[in-house]
Each structure stands twice: as C-alpha cells, then as structure tokens.
Ligand binder design. Structure first.
Ligand SMILES: O=C(O)[C@H](O)[C@@H](O)[C@H](O)[C@H](O)COP(=O)(O)O
Length: 246
C-alpha cells in the first residue's frame, strides 16, 4: 500500500528506528557538506536518534561546524528546564559532541514574553535564510524532523487552531492555548520550505492517527496538512505503522 501523502519507512524496533533516523540525517548532511540547516523535533520520540548521531560512525562522519540547528517548536520555559526541547537536544546530542560544534539557534526566553520570543526567533530564522521572504527555489531546511501527537498535532501546530494553521505570512508564532505551558512554533510556510521532512512516529498510541492520515481518511489535522516542497517521509516503528508495515 502507498500512503496518500509522502513515503513510509517502517523499521522493526527502537534500535533500527534510531539508526534509520540518524542515517537519514547523515546522508542528507553529506549532500550539503558546506552549509546544512536542520530542523529538530522536540518531545521524546527523536531522542534516541539524536543520541545515535552522537556516536560512531556519525559523530566522526558529520561536519558539525557546517550545520545550523533550528527547533521546530519550543516550550516557553527556561532552557535548563527538563521540559525544554533545547534541554533534551543538548543532553542527547550537542553536549556529547567534541570540539567541532554545530551552530545552535535556540528560541530566546530570558526577559521576554512569548510573543516577543516568537518575533525574535522569526528574525533569527530570516537572517539565517538571508531574506525576509521564502523563495520556492531555495529551501530553508535541508532536513526537518517533526514529531506527531496522537491527535495529529505537529511541532506546536495544534488541531482546531485556525489562526495558527492558516497563517501564511509569519514564520514563527506564539501558542498560548491548548498546552499547559505556552509554546513557540514554526508555521507551515517555513516547515514546508524543506528538502526533506521526516516525521518520526513510534508506539501503538499513534497507530490510529497515522493510519487515518496515510489512508487519506484524515486530512485536517496539522500532520496531515504539511506539504513540503521536497520529500516527505514517515519514519515509523511497527507498533505505529500497523497495516502499513506490510
Ligand atoms: O514540543 C513538543 O512536544 C513537540 O515538538 C511535539 O510536536 C512532539 O513532537 C509531539 O507531541 C510528539 O511527542 P512525543 O515524541 O513525545 O510523542
């Protein structure tokens, strides 16, 4: 069976999931050796693949100094807070690298409101991209990892929030409803400006939503609405893939 949206890569277990995710990153980084912009998903699913990148052979293979890392979304908490996505990525990847460090672009927090943080992060992204507007012939991301909730949200684009989902001009928005803490999220225009978007989806809890999206039954939730300019790949373990594993 072919998904209505993108391609699916099903792996048998957690080890294979981490390896497949790390290899997708490393292969993409080889193609763009001098300047490589990577979007990172938060939450718990991608942790194992970030950890895999921090060990052989990827740790040595990848030219970390050529890479700019951007967060797809962030909880509006201190970077030292266990809930912070930056905190998770630092622990699982950045702090495990040696001397050759990538450029990390965190969402600013100290002394700002969530609105101010979103505006500041948008400025950071535009200066990284080198323009105030996205062009169809030049993608922002070489690779962008995204997670998916069992309700079909991705990044902090949450179902039933038309203001967020229909935004066409802004690259970054504050999210002040629908989560215990405020969030900052990238919007569709910048997430879709990608050579490759990899949704990382694991666990039986997401099987139903993933099946509805891949079969075309569900088209409204944020994870079903993303149309990257480049490739869209669903990296799923067997538990999440269900009948799509065959
Ligand atoms: O900040 C976040 O929480 C994420 O960006 C969010 O979009 C996450 O990717 C999904 O909620 C899946 O989370 P899990 O990987 O923990 O299931």
């Amino acid at each position: 069976m072919k998904p209505v949206l993108g391609e699916i890569l099903v792996v048998p277990d957690a080890e294979a999931f981490a390896e497949a995710g790390a290899k997708l990153f490393a292969d993409a980084a080889m193609v763009a050796p001098d300047r490589f912009v990577a979007g990172l998903a938060g939450g718990s699913t991608p942790k194992s693949l970030y950890e895999r990148l921090a060990v052989a052979p990827y740790r040595q293979q990848i030219r970390w100094s050529a890479i700019d890392f951007v967060l797809g979304d962030e909880r509006f908490v201190s970077p030292d807070d266990d809930d912070s996505n930056l905190h998770m990525v630092r622990n699982s990847l950045f702090d495990r690298l040696d001397h050759e460090k990538p450029r990390i672009h965190p969402v600013p927090f100290e002394g700002l409101t969530v609105n101010e943080a979103a505006i500041a992060y948008e400025k950071t992204l535009k200066s990284l991209y080198g323009s105030e507007s996205l062009a169809p012939d030049r993608k922002f991301f070489d690779i962008c990892f995204l997670g998916m909730g069992d309700d079909g949200h991705t990044a902090s684009l949450l179902p039933g929030q038309p203001k967020l989902l229909d935004e066409k001009k802004r690259w970054v928005l504050p999210v002040t409803e629908g989560r215990p803490e405020s969030r900052v999220t990238l919007t569709y225009p910048v997430l879709e400006s990608a050579e490759l978007v990899v949704f990382v989806v694991s666990g039986g809890g997401k099987r139903a939503m993933l099946d509805r999206i891949l079969s075309g039954e569900e088209r409204e939730v944020p994870a079903a609405r993303l149309r990257p300019q480049g490739r869209l790949l669903w990296l799923a373990d067997r538990a999440a893939a269900g009948r799509w594993a065959d």
